[in-house]
Design a protein around this ligand. Structure first.
Ligand SMILES: [Zn+2]
Length: 380
């Protein structure tokens, strides 16, 4: 099933691929100082494929021992820099507002906020169902920056409310492409929908295998949230919630296996994984923004393995609040938030941050030690 309208003829994809030429891991060296060409980095400076994976309602304590032993694919992700002390938006611990923070780099409220507080299916596109109509000005997203720079873009989601994305960034509502070649106003090349985590992993893996480079995908795994609302954010052995986290782990495994078994993807693909919120206050929901088990979330960056580093050590200038503390959007510095995810994905693609974004735009999150400057050559 597809969400919204999606039209990118194969010929258009072929043209993009052809124009960009064959991917090479040395691409960034074109613009890097010559001294940096002599010592290859442990991981690519710029990745050809980047996935932003959000696991809806994932409590970070699922990723601590001993529970982590049940989730070997989350453990694979945690081989990269990560923290279990990231934060949601300070004002909302619900799904759609937090995902919009990830994808726009904005908080929910305030002058720099994206302004979307509803958490239900949006009205139709022509009836105010776009971020721009709500904000009364265009709200740029990670999809704009990626698409306008010639990056292939996908969303693969498990909730219908994400139709807000295809509506906001459609051929009618998306902004004109002001960067190089005109890639059109529709910023999302394909939108894929299923409710089952077990299907989602295969769908994402298939799409990734067929994606021209460079590509970006936003992947939403709803299973833990569905189980949490049904029977509670319950960490007891045998709970439906833990079974759903296991389903999410299976989807991750399918995606990671696809990457590691593909010469074109292996070493060339990065994943940023986070959550929109935790859950458990109240027990079958996550609406209390003051509850630590709702606002504490994981944030992990997988760079192909072999890049293990402590996200906190890499980012000493960020705020690192204790487990009971949330910080508001005025705090300086900011903690690592799920709202950092979009701009980090763009940076891993060698692209600039989202216009109007707050999180990770100036105060960029470091994920590789002694990072060289990252730039993706102009598409011309
Ligand atoms: Zn929920």
């Amino acid at each position: 099933m597809r969400l919204g309208h999606l039209v990118v003829p194969a010929i258009a994809l072929a043209l993009v691929a052809c124009e960009r030429g064959a991917p090479t891991p040395q691409r960034a060296a074109v613009t890097a100082p010559s001294t940096q060409e002599t010592t290859p980095p442990r991981v690519p400076e710029v990745f050809d494929h980047v996935l932003l994976i959000s696991v809806d309602g994932l409590r970070p304590d699922c990723l601590e021992t001993p529970l982590l032993e049940q989730f070997p694919n989350f453990a694979r992700i945690l081989s990269g820099p990560h923290t279990l002390e990231a934060r949601t938006d300070p004002d909302y611990t619900v799904t759609l507002p937090n995902h919009l923070s990830m994808l726009t780099g904005r908080p929910v409220l305030g002058p720099s906020g994206h302004g979307w507080i509803a958490n239900t299916d949006p009205p139709a596109e022509a009836q105010g169902g776009t971020l721009h109509a709500q904000k009364r000005s265009y709200v740029q997203s990670v999809f704009d920056v990626a698409h306008d720079h010639g990056v292939d873009t996908t969303i693969a989601v498990t909730k219908t409310k994400f139709v807000l994305l295809t509506q906001s960034y459609s051929d009618a509502s998306g902004a004109p492409d002001g960067v190089g070649k005109d890639d059109g106003r529709q910023k999302i090349d394909r939108a894929l929908y299923t409710t089952r985590a077990s299907d989602l992993g295969g769908i994402v893996a298939d799409t990734l295998r067929r994606s021209p480079a460079p590509s970006f995908a936003f992947v939403h795994i709803g299973a833990p949230d569905f189980a949490g609302h049904a029977t509670g954010w319950d960490l007891a052995a045998g709970s439906a919630y833990l079974a759903a986290v296991k389903d999410a782990d299976g989807a991750l495994g399918t995606i990671l296996d696809a990457i590691e078994s593909s010469p074109a993807l292996r070493g060339n693909t990065a994943i940023v994984l986070t959550a929109d919120h935790g859950g458990g206050v109240p027990f079958k929901s996550h609406t209390d923004k003051t509850a630590p088990i709702n606002f504490r979330i994981p944030f992990a960056v997988w760079l192909g393995g072999g890049a293990a580093a402590d996200l906190r050590a890499l980012n000493p200038a960020r705020a690192w609040p204790d487990r009971e503390t949330q910080l508001d959007t005025a705090a300086k510095p900011q903690p690592v938030r799920n709202g950092d995810a979009g701009n980090l994905c763009l940076r891993l693609l060698g692209l600039p941050p989202v216009d109007g974004s707050l999180y990770g735009a100036v105060d960029q999150l470091a994920v590789i030690r002694d990072e060289p400057p990252k730039t993706r050559p102009s598409k011309g």
